[in-house]
Design a protein around this ligand. Sequence first.
Ligand code: IOT
Ligand code: MG
Length: 513
Amino acid sequence: MPTTDNALPPVLGFHARVGARGEPGPAPRRITAGEAVPFTGGTCSGRLLAGSGPAVPRTADGVTTLLAGELYHRDGLPAALGGIADDAELLLEIWLRYGRAGLRLCNGRFAAVVVEADSVVIATDHAGSVPLYVRREEGAVHVATEAKALAGGGVDLALPGTEPVPGTPGVLRVRAGSAVTLRPAGPIGAAEWTRTWTPPLHRLALPPARAVRRVADALDAAVRTRVRGPVTAVLSGGVDSGSVAALASRAGGRLTTVSLGTDAGDEFAAARVVAEHVGSDHREFRCGAEDLVRQLPWAVAAAEIVDAEVIEYLLPLVVLYRALPPGGRLLTGYGADIPLGGMHRGTAELASLDDVIAADMAGFDGLNELSPVLSTLAGQWTTHPFWDRDVLDLLTALEPGLKRRDGRDKWVLREAVRDLLPESTVRRPKLGVHEGSGTTGAWTRLLLAHGVRTSEVGAVKNAMTAAIHRRVVGAGEHPDAVSFDDVLAAVLATRAAPVIPAQVPPVWKAVVS
Ligand code: IOT
Ligand code: MG
């Protein structure tokens, strides 16, 4: 698998304490792989989780910046910002020039901390794609890129621009497209929330040919800025990941493609068609579907969410990342379906299609589908060109008649990549990763084999996810210490349901239920 020195950003994550007497404190809980490098910068101290390159904060003129992840718009920034060592320094220069408003310039995949005088600003990218968590204590704030680092013993707390994290009292998640300014020594009411991005609510009616060209150009630019040497495309063989693979190949990086399948299902044939067409070095990974499902604690520890439906999308990807050798830069097609309405291929009316797209764009925050921790747990860096800020703005805003057209879903994307991919890929209907890999079915079968009724499967999956979350996030247990079978047994024991015997008179039944 190809790796280079710049495959990973210098900093994959961090745990920082900002307060009058900064001290690194104990090593934080985390599953991000790699070295935790201690640092101190003014009133800020903690550990940076190193990727490739020097993991250091940047300081000038009394301002210190930490940045996990990367920025994608270097070319568009003023020439005065030349000679920059890394993206933490680029953020510092942006800050010195534009102040907090400079965060509105940043198109990237990052979580950042800016410390200046007695205030600290904690900021996410437009999509909150690197989740960022905060907890206050007397005179200090703790900020971390994994919730588990801050969990334990907190009290409920509210801060503007944040949401509580289920199961971890006192830990708040910074919302997508947000910068929250805090004064660690001051009153909590002094915190301020600055929005740096919101999903577009307007729609653009463009001539179809122009819309197609704009999508092709925006996606091409997003892939190019993410190709920094050899890259790997995570390939299902659908049009989303196929587009990314084709554009990455055209951008000139040595391209590897990887596909995951199980004994319950795979999309290998479709992926091979793309791989051959784009000329990638293609690898297939197959595992048992039950073995895949038993890695559930890893997916929950990485995503730090309690929604089983979303976990079913993320689990096969986590399993694939864990099977790859560390050190790679992975491009995915994840997220294309959200602004294009690909998950709603049965929705016929354009008005309804636009409404579900608006709802999905209003509801992605906190699902952590794009979190780098899904792959940094295995030492890989992922990046998602469809959620590049420019691509996402355009795709979301296009009027729904460009997304559903001539009886086809994701029309504008399919047309935009028509010349890059085989016809069968361009036309291929959507198959979700949870379906193609057999993840959903395998988990369901495991539950049915334990006597769970079909009508209860969804609830049991959610209960298992929440139970695992309590252990790997709330209590910081290692995912390997949490057994799928033990969690299932515990969930089933607590659900040992009020079974109402058939001979009980109806009036009694009503009382029991
Ligand atoms: P899906 O679109 O199937 O997969 C997402 C990405 O994962 C693909 O583009 C590809 O890069 C990778 N991938 C999928 N399957 C494989 C495989 N077998 N081997 C290797 N790589 C693979 C769920 C979904 O259907 O994924 N994601 C939706 C959004 C879900 C809804 N979320 C929401 N409303 N917030 C998506 O847009 O990707
Ligand atoms: Mg797919």
